[in-house]
Design a protein around this ligand. Structure first.
Ligand code: MSP
Length: 534
């Protein structure tokens, strides 16, 4: 097609690897875990649309005392428990239309070899030593706590119903303190290593207080890998879990060695996490990698926490939000849209039933869905059910929709790059709202009566093309709605399954450009693309 195409900043490689956290399998997935995964899926879809090869990684974190205890209280062996809960995560991802490339389980058959290789490198570096660990341990966090941070009665601030436990045992330690300057330099030289900025500042001031070595082994936990150098110990769950990101990079045919795992996709482009596990990813993880002399991931983004009706979601308060119930009631697109549009990514956000229904109805059912449903019948009546024969280039430059539409692809692309999902939605929705206004003002039905066929065609072309662009740009967030719109506009392709092999959409610049809707394309049956929620 002879339209101008947009260029994106050249990158040295056309691949993008990203991760969600590997979720603990102590309990069934909740809305918090779904939130990170939805965001990761939107980014993965965006990268695939623009023609990148993507490896999108999620999975489960299955070792440690927390899981050991959860299994015991469920009356199951740890492995049986993990298998069961891991399967529930996979089910939920399917319900939510999440397309991941790897599901990394830390009890998976190839993980231990990677952990051993990695441990060996750090050991050889002299960064692991035997010491005495004393302190308050929160099993729910799988983390030692400073006494000054505890609530009254020795409760963990993040798990106020749970008491921390006193530990005094011989453990292996990782020499984190040795890497203080290296981390400070990293943050300085690579200011976007941690975002948003507030999280970066948090880490900078944490490091300023001075870093202490942390223990990476346990003597009273059986459910974990034996420490290679001393089998009386098992490895601390976080040491093993972070390496799950690397194991996920192995190809099926690869022998499980660290070298093989790092050969193709490392370093990871983006680790998406919640703010509660920032320290592990922004401090421990890069220090471990520097010690092992490996390149560092490019970027870590710590999102906020979700609340329900303004309160922390918790089982004790009985106000948890079950993602399965939510999807079954409202569908995946509604859930995906609400959390990405309504919560500014990076900040805390709230779920409220009424707001959920109102926002999703207003944006998806009314503004976007109705727009298509009122335009298609006009195209049938006035243009024979085909895309009118209008050249986008020749449309007057004062056409409002063209003005908004032309730069939109690039703007939205930038928002996705910045993980600014709500801004992306806003920008796209403002084109959609302008379309509705434009139709009212231009009133193609009166133009038609006056016999102004050319004008009718120009108006309808501009609106249909804007709906197409909106659907395309929203597709990382609402893939099903977007695909339904594409179909009704006469495209055969499935926006929901765009992959690096599909070729057709392999250049984001083509479909993200306003003005590509082919003249005379046969339009489909008008059907509601999104049913109003009650
Ligand atoms: N197993 C570790 C991660 C290891 S990564 C190598 C873990 N798992 S978790 O299941 O407890 O948490 C996973 C993610 O869910 C975290 O990113 C956390 O921030 C997120 N959330 C848990 N509760 C949440 C909310 N209420 N709101 C938003 N996200 C929340 O930590």
């Amino acid at each position: 097609a002879a339209h101008c195409s947009m260029t994106y900043p050249p990158t040295s490689r056309n691949t993008f690897a990203l991760t969600t956290p590997l979720y603990y399998v102590n309990a069934l997935p909740h809305m918090g875990s779904a939130y990170t995964t939805i965001a990761a899926d939107a980014i993965a879809r965006f990268q695939r649309l623009r023609g990148y090869s993507v490896r999108s990684i999620t999975g489960t974190d299955e070792h440690g005392q927390k899981i050991e205890r959860a299994a015991a209280s469920a009356g199951r062996s740890p492995q049986a428990h993990c298998d069961e809960v891991a399967a529930e995560f996979q089910k939920l991802w399917q319900l939510l239309d999440i397309r991941y490339d790897r599901f990394s389980r830390t009890t998976g058959p190839r993980h231990e070899a990677i952990v051993r290789d990695f441990f060996q490198r750090v050991w050889d570096k002299g960064d692991i030593y035997l010491g005495q660990q004393q302190g308050w341990y929160c099993v729910a966090c799988e983390e030692f706590k400073e006494e000054r941070d505890l609530l009254e009665g020795n409760h963990c601030p993040l798990h106020p119903t749970q008491e921390v436990e006193w530990r005094d045992e011989s453990n292996y330690f990782f020499r984190l303190s040795k890497y203080q300057t290296a981390l400070e330099t990293l943050y300085e030289k690579q200011p976007d290593f941690i975002s948003p900025e507030s999280r970066r500042n948090e880490m900078v001031s944490f490091i300023k207080q001075g870093l202490q070595d942390f223990s990476i082994s346990r003597v009273h936990v059986d459910w974990g890998f034996p420490v290679p150098a001393d089998e009386k110990h098992t490895l601390y769950v976080w040491f093993d879990a972070l390496l799950g990101y690397i194991t996920a990079l192995l190809e099926d045919e690869d022998a499980p060695t660290l070298e093989n795992a790092l050969a193709h996709w490392w370093p990871i482009d983006l680790h998406l996490i919640g703010k509660d596990i920032l320290r592990f990813h922004a401090i421990y993880w890069p220090a471990m990698l520097i010690s092992a002399e490996l390149p560092l991931p490019h970027r870590i983004f710590g999102h906020g926490f979700l609340t329900k009706d303004g309160q922390k979601m918790s089982k004790t308060l009985g106000n948890g939000l079950d993602p399965i119930e939510l999807v079954n009631a409202y569908g995946a697109d509604a859930v995906r849209y609400y959390f990405l549009k309504e919560v500014e990514f990076g900040k805390d956000g709230d779920f409220n039933d009424t707001r959920f229904v109102n926002i999703v109805n207003a944006d998806l059912a009314n503004d976007l869905g109705n727009l298509l449903n009122r335009t298609l019948p006009m195209a049938r009546k006035y243009c024979g059910g085909q895309v009118p024969d209008v050249s986008a280039q020749l449309l007057a430059s004062d056409c409002l929709l063209k003005q908004i539409g032309l730069p939109l692809g690039e703007q939205v692309s930038q928002f996705y790059n910045d993980l600014a999902f709500s801004h992306a939605c806003e920008a796209i929705l403002s084109l959609v709202r302008s379309c509705n206004k434009f139709l009212d003002e231009q009133a193609p039905w009166s133009l038609y009566k006056k016999g102004e066929q050319k004008a009718v065609e120009q108006v309808l072309y501009a609106v249909l093309e804007s709906v197409r662009l909106a659907a395309y740009l929203l597709s990382p967030i609402v893939p099903t709605v977007s695909t339904a719109i594409y179909r009704q506009l006469g495209f055969q392709d499935d926006l929901d399954s765009v992959s690096e092999t599909s070729g057709y959409f392999a250049s984001y610049d083509v479909h993200s450009t306003w003005g590509i809707l082919p003249a005379h394309q046969e339009l489909g049956e008008p059907k509601p693309v999104f049913l109003r929620l009650e």
